[in-house]
Design a protein around this ligand. Sequence first.
Ligand code: PFF
Ligand code: NA
Length: 435
Amino acid sequence: MSQRETWTSRVGFILAAVGSAVGLGNIWRFPYMSAENGGAAFLVVYLIAVALIGLPAILAEFVIGRETKKNVVDAFRNLGGPVAALIGVLGLFTGFWMLSYYSVVGGWVIQYVIGSLSGAYFADPGMYFGQVSEGTGTILFHAIFMAITIGIVAAGVEKGIEVGTKIMVPSIAILMIGMAAWAFTLDGAGAGYDYFLTADFGVIAENYQSIIPDAVGQALFSLSLGMGAMITYASYLDGDDNLLGDGISITVLNTFVGVLAGFVVFPLLFAQSIDPGSAGAGAVFVSLAQAFAELPAGGIIGFVFFLVLLIAALSSAISLLEVVVSYFVDNFDVSRPILTTGIGVMIFLLGVPSALNINTFTMFDNIASNILLPLGVTLTVIFVGWIYGGGAVAELRRGLGKNSSFGPVWLWHIRIVVFAAVLGTLALSIMTFMS
Ligand code: PFF
Ligand code: NA
């Protein structure tokens, strides 16, 4: 079997991980989650959740990956035996499941990129979304999105994922900064900033039972945690970099793009007097399209916006596919392009029902975001806290110094704070899901 690939540089790893993190979650999900949870109050709780839960949890995945240098299933098996390997199997399943509908949204976005240029949604954005989101056309663009994802992953860790994300991530950052600067010039943008940035702490006090789990859930989703993407990417590391430094860079960059997205979306909606509270999954596409349709040169602006969304979705989709592909490449003597294509086609087929019916799509997303991911994080945290334990601290300290006190503090923080938060989120999510 050929030698396992590694990143060519530390920056390559960081950009790949940022590419995974920055995705539909930042630009599409984060603004509507904020809108559903009262705007700025949500931002505050989200930022706390990223620092207190997201960052320690991403480090937990990094140490597992870097120490074992294995795919998610074999990584857990190496460190914890056959029962622990089941956490990895859950990760594979989640990657498979999530990509099936994530790619459907990717297909919607391709249609919006084209529709911005042709003006297809200008007359009736609501009707356009209906056409884009269900039917044979939806299946076709889902197939196109999957084909591009397969192409990048088939090219390998270095030549596909690393090269791809080195181009994609800087493009996302530059275009988003440009969009935010442009949004700043809109008449009426001020109301958007107020909404996004002026926290009403009364709202938090009243709605903490929904705001806190939503914010923790969004932090996990946004950082690609709970299904082994970060384990897989860290498994391609060699050397003794400071993982804490890498984790901070990735977390900060991901948060930066999420906040920038808010700086684009809210001024845009408020400038056109569109109520962000009427958001929800599809309505973000509808209300943004409505805003673009009403603006002078809105087609061009819409084109750039949806292009950024497309690049972000792609750089996340490749990490979902890589989780599954990595397992098969490590264990079977079949070439990466063949394995990638086979797995990709199966994921495409699983996504077809979501492409035909938006309620099926919503169900797939709810199961993944509210159950599979929080469950994966909870199990990972228990595993790292109590089974891997001291080994995890030693691995983290490889880049920090042998006696760094951060290691044990991190471990106890995982055992208590992160564990309580993710378990609480999981419990509340399951209750909401059942009701
Ligand atoms: N972090 C991605 C986003 O915010 O859109 C979603 C995601 C990608 C979650 C990859 C999990 C994952 F493994
Ligand atoms: Na994200």
